[in-house]
Unconditional design. Structure first.
Length: 201
């Protein structure tokens, strides 16, 4: 339900993982194999010589000395900008509005997530199998979606909680006048372990 591009993230993480794995293997080999250490030293010297020769092919006055240095700095700045843009694109999508409808020139009706949260809390206040609930709304490709988290009491029946959640979702759909994509999470936590069981196991 977020705007995060998961496929791109997985590709980038795979590439980074392979690169770090290769670097770690190279460092381990250099520390344990004398031949590998000598090879790395020779490779580093060769690359340094090539870099100095490359810098001399496009000279500039001091203190820059070479166009290649300018190109390298520009590439680093571009990479930094892309990283910032990528980080800014992660997550997001959360919205305080669950639904809204315009009525011509008469105005606009907005249903806030807080209203749904209060209604669900009131509806479940007498349910002994529920410790707490939380509600949030997210923008998805199919429109605004609702995420409902129910914290179950120790010994609670997942089947009964699922049926309760399904009934609540039907009531929300009837209230809004249209079906709404919903993700329901039934969880347990510290409060669940510390609370007593209200149901025979």
């Amino acid at each position: 339900m977020r705007r995060t591009n998961r496929a791109l993230n997985r590709v980038l993480l795979t590439i980074l993982g392979i690169a770090f794995l290769g670097a770690g293997a190279a460092v381990a080999a250099a520390g344990t194999m004398p031949g590998a250490a000598a090879t790395w030293a020779a490779t580093g010297t060769s690359l340094a010589d090539r870099a100095r020769n490359l810098l001399g092919t496009a000279p500039l006055p001091d203190p820059v000395r070479s166009w290649w240095a300018v190109a390298g700095i520009a590439a680093l700045l571009l990479a930094a900008g892309l990283c910032v843009a990528w980080m800014a694109s992660q997550g997001g999508g959360r919205t305080p509005r669950l639904a809204q409808e315009a009525d011509g020139n008469r105005g606009q009706t907005v249903v806030d997530v807080g209203l749904i949260a209060a209604a669900l809390q009131e509806a479940l206040s007498g349910n002994s199998e529920v410790l707490a609930t939380s509600v949030s709304a997210w923008e998805s490709r199919r429109g605004t979606a609702l995420r409902l988290r129910i914290e179950a009491r120790k010994g609670a029946s997942p089947r009964e909680l699922t049926a309760t959640a399904d009934k609540l979702i039907q009531e929300i759909d009837a209230w809004l006048g249209h079906p709404l994509p919903v993700l329901v999470r039934i969880t347990s936590g510290t409060r669940t372990r510390m609370s007593g069981s209200r149901r025979a196991r």
